[in-house]
Design a protein around this ligand. Structure first.
Ligand SMILES: Cc1cc2nc3c(=O)[nH]c(=O)nc-3n(C[C@H](O)[C@H](O)[C@H](O)COP(=O)(O)OP(=O)(O)OC[C@H]3O[C@@H](n4cnc5c(N)ncnc54)[C@H](O)[C@@H]3O)c2cc1C
Length: 387
């Protein structure tokens, strides 16, 4: 379906290979995953088979070098995948975290041995990846995390807990932010790669958290009680974790921005189609001036958002995306998503409030975008720092 107001526009980084990838991804989501959407919503987590199938199709680890089983592409390929997933309304698979974030940490900071050990499994979908920073005591103040890891012989012994972890219900491979030096703030944080199973001694998955949206994606609490992690699973250097997260968070925020723009596009498409088909006072809704003004606003906001996003994607692939610009993207694109989706929902009248219509689900799903990946208040802090 063409997007009103975006027809004829193509991102400056787009190549024919991106179109092929988009088509493959669209087909996979639409034909193999979406038919199960109701069941996935009810079970509260994706199907493992869908990760495996995505891996088989070459959709996982698109930016991972080929020698580790990936697609050998760059962030633009990850962006296309996430865009297509959101555009078609698939929300079970945590690909933005699995592929868009976890593989990025491993590829950037992993030793040769670590990359060979974990990346191929993630790319095949045999391992599901997650990253855990947030704790029950707080998510915004990362320096204050309390989960600690104490070196004991050949292992770290990990004690603490994490919450709101995307893919936490299924995750087999977890990048875990811990304090290796509790006497320090940022300089005491390290990242450990934990290989998890439900039998791992000292590890327990908590309940799947019930959320107002994103029902089919597993968000979980994770508990660690003297869980042993081999010292060789340290990612990068001890004490380097905070710096690593600060270096990677701009990509995470851009991933969120990609989803935001795709959602805006979808909302506008759905609302325009509905406004053409529904009549009130003897004419289609789109014939009423207010509907036309609202849709014009939404289409304009979507187009401007798309262009800002593409500029950020271009900067990121050139290695030039700074922290403040990534924060601006996350802030403005997610605020835009919530606004546009809300305005589009209004055009559906009462039907917009029923779960039968996708716009209702989009409304509930949108809200968290202003919260995770660093709240939008924290984004404003990061932007203000460079002013
Ligand atoms: C569905 C979902 C998925 C998630 N996935 C993950 C994941 O995979 N991994 C992970 O580690 N985390 C994840 N999170 C956690 C998310 O990143 C945190 O919820 C977020 O960072 C905020 O932390 P908090 O909830 O502890 O809020 P708090 O830090 O307690 O903040 C509460 C409020 O205070 C505001 N605030 C805090 N500090 C300041 C300040 N200095 N100035 C102004 N206002 C401030 C915040 O903006 C917010 O509005 C997820 C959350 C959700 C809901």
């Amino acid at each position: 379906m063409p997007t009103p107001g975006l027809d004829g526009y193509a991102p400056p980084w787009l190549k024919p290979e991106h179109d092929d990838l988009a088509e493959l991804a669209r087909d996979f989501f639409a034909k193999e995953v979406l038919p199960h959407a109701g069941r996935l919503d009810r079970q509260g987590h994706p199907d493992r088979e869908h990760y495996l199938r995505a891996g088989e199709l070459g959709l996982l680890g698109l930016s991972v070098p080929e020698q580790y089983g990936g697609g050998g592409g760059d962030f633009t390929h990850e962006a296309v995948l996430i865009h297509e997933q959101t555009r078609c309304g698939e929300g079970s698979l945590g690909l933005a975290v699995h592929s868009g974030i976890v593989t990025g940490y491993l590829a950037r900071y992993g030793t040769e041995e670590q990359k060979r050990r974990w990346l191929p499994g993630l790319c095949r979908g045999e391992l599901v990846g997650a990253i855990a920073m947030t704790e029950p005591g707080g998510g915004s103040d990362l320096q204050a995390i309390r989960t600690r890891a104490v070196l004991d012989g050949e292992d770290y012994v990990v004690t603490g807990s994490k919450t709101f972890i995307t893919n936490g219900g299924l995750a087999d491979l977890l990048i875990l932010a811990v304090k290796t030096d509790t006497g320090q703030g940022a300089a005491g944080i390290s990242l450990l790669v934990c290989e998890l199973s439900d039998d791992t001694p000292g590890f327990q998955r908590g309940r799947l958290i019930e959320k107002i949206g994103l029902h089919a994606n597993d968000t979980a609490e994770l508990f660690f009680d003297e869980m042993r992690v081999p010292a060789g699973n340290l990612l990068g250097s001890e004490g380097g974790g905070f710096f690593q997260m600060m270096e990677q968070l701009p990509q995470e925020r851009l991933v969120i921005g990609v989803g935001a723009v795709a959602a805006m596009q979808r909302a506008v498409e759905l609302a325009v189609a509905y406004a053409k088909e529904r009549t009130a006072f003897g004419k289609p809704l789109i014939g009423h001036q207010n509907t036309r003004m609202v849709l014009a606003d939404c289409a304009t906001r979507t187009r401007a958002s798309r262009i800002f996003l593409d500029d950020c994607i271009g900067r990121h692939t050139r290695g030039e995306l700074d922290v403040a610009t990534a924060a601006m993207a996350k802030l403005w694109l997610t605020e835009g998503q919530c606004e546009v989706v809300d305005k589009c929902l209004q055009i559906f009248g009462g039907y917009g409030y029923t779960t039968e219509y996708p716009i209702a689900r989009m409304y509930a799903d949108a809200r968290v975008q202003k919260i995770y990946g660093g709240t939008n208040e924290i984004m404003k802090e990061l932007i203000a720092r460079v002013l």
